[in-house]
Unconditional design. Structure first.
Length: 214
């Protein structure tokens, strides 16, 4: 846990996560490697984000005898990536939660004002009954995450976690100030933004590196 952060911002220090994030930052990492690593890091973040899912006890029959075992207590999950970079995190999370429903929120940042502009939203009809993981690899200014969280809440979602790979401290504080009820799981915390509102040192444009468009 990083110092001087609210309790609902969880910066993960697992060695595997930190190793993979280091490779993601390297500009020499290929598109294929980058895409695979984003998925792997998302899966590892997902293990932590699902730690508090409730369990119930059931009885099964093993090849030897009856046994009381634990299983998830019926909670439904929804994964909602912010297009387009958030798509890179979906497969990794589906690998550990294959029955989750997937919604999409489309936002892009105006390059002059840095303000988020929404262009698409499609969510599961029962979003209000689901635990929602909002997926965004990079939280820079925090504007897109704040807007997406507002959209989710307007649609009835009320149990929401934000999962990101790299975030700027000021972006996370903006999110928490606007949505103090949301837990944030982050693989790495960077301190600053440059004059173009990119995270420093960051890893560049996650969407371009995932899809090989730059």
């Amino acid at each position: 846990m990083e110092a001087n952060l609210p309790e609902n911002i969880i910066v993960l220090d697992h060695p595997l996560i930190q190793h993979k994030v280091g490779i993601l930052r390297n500009k020499q990492t290929t598109t294929k490697e980058f895409r695979e690593l984003v998925s792997e890091v998302a899966m590892l973040i997902g293990f932590e984000a699902t730690r508090d899912l409730p369990l119930e006890e059931v009885e099964v029959e093993t090849p030897i005898a009856h046994a009381k075992v634990k299983q998830l207590a019926g909670n439904k999950l929804a994964l909602v990536p912010i297009l387009r970079a958030g798509l890179g995190m979906v497969e990794g999370l589906l690998s550990i939660a294959p029955s989750a429903r997937v919604g999409h929120i489309g936002l892009f940042r105006d390059h002059d004002t840095w303000q988020p502009i929404d262009y698409y939203c499609k969510l599961p009809e029962d979003i209000q009954q689901r635990d929602v993981f909002l997926l965004d690899p990079m939280v820079a200014t925090g504007g897109s995450a704040v807007a997406a969280l507002s959209t989710l809440k307007k649609s009835g979602a009320h149990k929401i976690k934000l999962l990101c790979i790299i975030a700027a401290r000021e972006g996370l504080m903006k999110v928490i100030n606007a949505h103090p009820d949301v837990d944030i799981y982050c693989a790495a915390l960077d301190e600053t933004l440059n004059e173009n509102a990119y995270i420093v040192p960051g890893l560049g444009d996650a969407g371009d590196r995932i899809f090989g468009t730059k």
